[in-house]
Design a protein around this ligand. Structure first.
Ligand SMILES: NC(=O)c1ccc[n+]([C@@H]2O[C@H](COP(=O)([O-])OP(=O)(O)OC[C@H]3O[C@@H](n4cnc5c(N)ncnc54)[C@H](OP(=O)(O)O)[C@@H]3O)[C@@H](O)[C@H]2O)c1
Length: 365
């Protein structure tokens, strides 16, 4: 018979089916166990859709047998939102025992679901693989406690911390496995952002590209793409020569964050092409980032993955706007003369080996 810990690991796997599709909601997985056998599985797939607990009950398709256990990665909700409180559904189904991973990160609700279930006479075990279950929802945890998007900075550097390839060198610093991992995180975040310098230098697509595990097919999609360009200089020329983020089939997902003095005619041409322009008093510093974050919040954009370049990242860091870092490091050394050197300090860093490269991620200290 599987232990609570093993069952929670399986529920975590189910939760990950919602990778990138549940925003601004959390990823959650749930199982129903009868006499030591897993008889139903569920996960939260989409904002507004059924929660994992209800999905598992629906998948079971009948009333759970007496003594049944539910294993769920996040504390069940106790207040009815759009889909009704999961605690009510668990009680009504006659579940005898509930095993919980992470506590609800919303301070107004934390511990309430477990209490409501206990008060109904249900046996509750909480805190199983709690850290892993909580870590899975790094975007949601920030969003629900601050009402603002998690702004995460990503950088790839050489081992000694240089992010800019020297002229004439390969533009890629890290290898294929690390670059595929970047696309995985791009898929999790509802939005990507980059600076005018990177768009001018690299003409990036800023889409998410990956290989479908089941079919082996190459896939591509696109979230919101922000370009920080106070003067709209990346769109100053004729539209035939525009960077691809203003001209490809996803150009309506591109938003240019511009300053008050940006050229009106360029704004009009972008808008006519379907690209949105967010005018701000300033695009820089604490004021600029605060305005940007509150506009994202108004559009329910719960996370922004900042892809550089160095100037944008430096401003987001010094303004205190970027609170989470993804630092990919290649084994090669650059030596001096490669522009600014990165030396991020991250709290409780998670470290992963990706081919020859290393990813270190965590909250900025
Ligand atoms: N290794 C990596 O992970 C990585 C990732 C991305 C890019 N890169 C490389 O980095 C290079 C470009 O970097 P970069 O530092 O020159 O340019 P950048 O950071 O992409 O863009 C900087 C420009 O963005 C505009 N901007 C608007 N709001 C800003 C804000 N809040 N903070 C900072 N800038 C703001 C500014 O232009 P205005 O004043 O005109 O608005 C600024 O000059 C390219 O060579 C690219 O290949 C490396």
């Amino acid at each position: 018979m599987d232990t609570d810990d093993e069952l929670m690991a399986r529920a975590l796997g189910l939760a990950r089916h919602g990778w990138g599709t549940t925003n601004p909601n959390p990823m959650v997985g749930a199982l129903i166990v009868e006499a030591g056998e897993v008889v139903a599985e569920g996960w939260h797939a989409k904002d507004g859709g059924p929660h994992a607990e209800r999905a598992a009950l629906t998948a079971l398709g009948r009333r759970p047998r007496p003594g049944a256990t539910m294993v769920v990665t996040l504390e069940p909700c106790s207040t009815a939102g759009r889909t009704g409180a999961c605690c009510d559904a668990i009680k009504a189904a006659g579940i005898a025992r509930v095993v919980i991973g992470a506590t609800d990160p919303n301070p107004a609700h934390a511990g309430r679901g477990a209490r409501v279930l206990r008060e109904a006479g249900i046996d509750v075990t909480d805190g199983v693989r709690a850290a892993e279950c909580a870590e899975l929802n790094l975007i949601f945890n920030h969003w629900i406690t601050t009402g603002r998007p998690l702004i995460a900075a990503k950088i790839a550097t050489t081992r000694d911390g240089f992010s800019r390839p020297a002229p004439g060198e390969d533009r890629w610093i890290t290898g294929g496995v690390a670059r595929a991992d970047v696309h995985r995180w791009r898929r999790l975040f509802p939005a990507i952002a980059t600076g005018a310098g990177t768009v001018a230098a690299d003409d990036p697509a800023l889409t998410r590209r990956w290989t479908d595990e089941a079919t082996g097919e190459a896939r591509e999609d696109c979230g919101v793409r922000f370009v920080f360009d106070s003067q709209l200089r990346t769109a100053a020329g004729p539209s035939e020569g525009w960077p691809r983020v203003y001209a490809d089939r996803w150009c309506e997902r591109t938003v240019v964050v511009a300053g008050a003095a940006a050229d009106l005619d360029t704004e009009r041409r972008l808008t006519e092409a379907g690209v949105r322009v967010w005018r701000q008093e300033t695009t820089r510093g604490a004021r600029g980032w605060a305005e940007f974050a509150s506009r994202c919040a108004a559009e329910r954009i719960s996370g922004v993955y900042l892809e550089g370049g160095a100037e944008l990242l430096a401003d987001a860091r010094s303004a205190g706007a970027a609170t989470y870092g993804f630092w990919y490091r290649a084994p090669r050394e650059a030596g001096a003369g490669w522009g600014g050197r990165v030396d991020w300090r991250l709290a409780e860093p998670v470290e992963e080996r990706l081919g020859d490269d290393t990813l270190t991620r965590g909250k900025f200290l």
